[in-house]
Write a protein that binds this ligand. Structure first.
Ligand SMILES: Cc1cc2nc3c(=O)[nH]c(=O)nc-3n(C[C@H](O)[C@H](O)[C@H](O)COP(=O)(O)OP(=O)(O)OC[C@H]3O[C@@H](n4cnc5c(N)ncnc54)[C@H](O)[C@@H]3O)c2cc1C
Length: 422
């Protein structure tokens, strides 16, 4: 791999028919996460494809010309033309490989894939999930000199990284942007000595053998596993929901409320999240129609009172959504009034769905005891029913899911693990 500047880019394109270009920055965690993957892929594909790195801030002119706005950004070129995907953010090895493979003949791709040597990584503790629960555990474990590896399919931070402002995490007088809090937790874990494998594909989790396969070729073996995989929004599973996901339907007010300045939105749900997020959305939107299946809200009383007093918020009680449709630039939501069966059509600029969360346990659950909602049952030391498998944070069965409680669970689990490994 070579590092070049913008002046020699054209020459590189002329002398190499296949090129992959990495625009990177310094002090950029996703760039740090990509760098070893990019190096390793250069070893695999380097005979066929030219791997180039370029410092984005030092080569702004070319970056702007190529439409590159953030770091890292990977661009692929064939015969001087840009092809394939533009990869940015937490870039996975499998996404890079898919684009590299598309540049090469099938036989060559087969040979390259056959040459990949399986890798085995050993660690004392494997933490699955780099949200607050997993990161708190990693900090404690690493500070206790326990060899710790944290794995996450995304960049570190979990739900906190998509939270606009966090005002209730102790230690900060002013509200903190969620992504900054997440960044600081991850850096603290790294400084303590925890290793991180983020933006990886988690292919298989075998809790009995305590083995996890990532990126298709790397087996991680651990003495203890901590599951801190968190939770994700529950879906409604009604017509149009998948089709308009991210294209009119959002599950994250922090991420998307800003797009609804002076616009009308429909919010599905009436629990804590729906009501609290409606307060945030109300700062932007001109009108909010909340669709709640029960004849009352289930949020905490103070939040309910604020929502009821907000002149921008109208609540349709005992209504359920039946489908989402596009109507020109707007969305149309069909809702059914449960008492009468009457179906109404709400035309709106956007839809937010807040109907609860579910534990992230796809491909992990085998043999684990869970509650009725699928959350992991643990004892007071965060042990699951499986030997040497612990769990912490939003993924466990409990009443209050907050950053502080996830951090608390991670702390307890890590201290117990560290003691057992002594
Ligand atoms: C919009 C929003 C606002 C919030 N605001 C606040 C607030 O102001 N204050 C507060 O205290 N709490 C807030 N919360 C709740 C808080 O963010 C969560 O309680 C907390 O993040 C839970 O931490 P966790 O580590 O258990 O899980 P998460 O934060 O969910 O992190 C889990 C991590 O595990 C990873 N993962 C998933 N599957 C796998 C797998 N198979 N293998 C490896 N890793 C995996 C995920 O990618 C993720 O990074 C908010 C939540 C949301 C959604």
């Amino acid at each position: 791999m070579i590092e070049i500047n913008q002046d020699s880019f054209e020459k590189e394109l002329q002398s190499n028919s296949l090129v992959v270009l990495d625009f990177y920055s310094t002090e950029c965690p996703p760039c740090e996460a990509l760098a070893p993957k990019f190096d390793a892929l250069d070893q695999l594909y380097g005979k066929d494809i030219r791997f180039i790195k370029m410092f984005r801030q030092g080569n702004r002119e070319l970056a702007e010309k190529l439409g590159v706005k953030g770091s890292p950004t990977l661009l692929f070129f064939k015969d001087g033309q840009q092809v394939g995907d533009v990869l940015t953010g937490g870039i996975r090895r499998s996404d890079v490989m898919r684009n590299l493979d598309a540049l090469l003949p099938e036989d060559r791709v087969k040979d390259i894939h056959a040459s990949i040597t399986p890798k085995v990584t050993e660690t004392e503790t494997l933490v699955l999930g780099a949200g607050p629960g997993g990161l708190a555990a990693a900090i404690y474990l690493a500070q206790a000199k326990v060899d710790t590896l944290v794995v996450d399919p995304l960049l570190p931070g979990g739900q906190v990284s998509t939270t606009h402002q966090v005002s209730n995490y102790p230690g900060f007088i002013d509200p903190q942007p969620g992504f900054m809090l997440a960044h600081n937790m991850a850096e603290q874990a790294k400084v303590a000595g925890a290793r991180m494998k983020v933006a990886v594909e988690v292919n298989k989790v075998d809790l009995e053998k305590k083995e996890v396969i990532v990126d298709g070729h790397e087996t991680i073996r651990a003495k203890k596993i901590l599951l801190s995989t968190g939770a994700s929004p529950r879906y409604l599973n009604v017509e149009g929901e998948k089709e308009y996901y991210g294209k009119g339907i959002s599950y994250c007010a922090t991420c998307d409320a800003k797009y609804y300045h002076d616009k009308e939105v429909v919010i599905i749900g009436g629990g804590n999240t729906a009501v609290e997020e409606s307060e945030f959305i109300s700062k932007f939107a001109s009108k909010i129609t909340m669709v709640q299946q029960l004849p009352h809200l289930t949020a905490n009383r103070a939040a309910q009172e604020r929502a009821m007093a907000d002149p921008k918020i109208e609540i349709l009680f005992s209504h359920e959504p039946r489908g989402f449709y596009r109507q020109g630039d707007q969305m149309m939501v069909k809702v059914e009034e449960l008492d009468t069966g009457t179906v109404k059509e709400l035309v709106t600029d956007g839809v937010f769905v807040f109907v609860g969360m579910k534990p992230n346990l796809d491909g992990i659950g085998g043999g684990l005891d869970t509650d009725d909602w699928g959350y992991l049952k643990v004892d007071h030391e965060m042990r699951t029913n499986l030997p040497d498998v612990f769990a912490a944070g939003d993924v466990i069965s409990k009443q209050i899911r907050q950053i502080t409680t996830a951090v608390s669970d991670g702390t307890i689990a890590s201290i117990v693990i560290a003691r057992e490994l002594q």
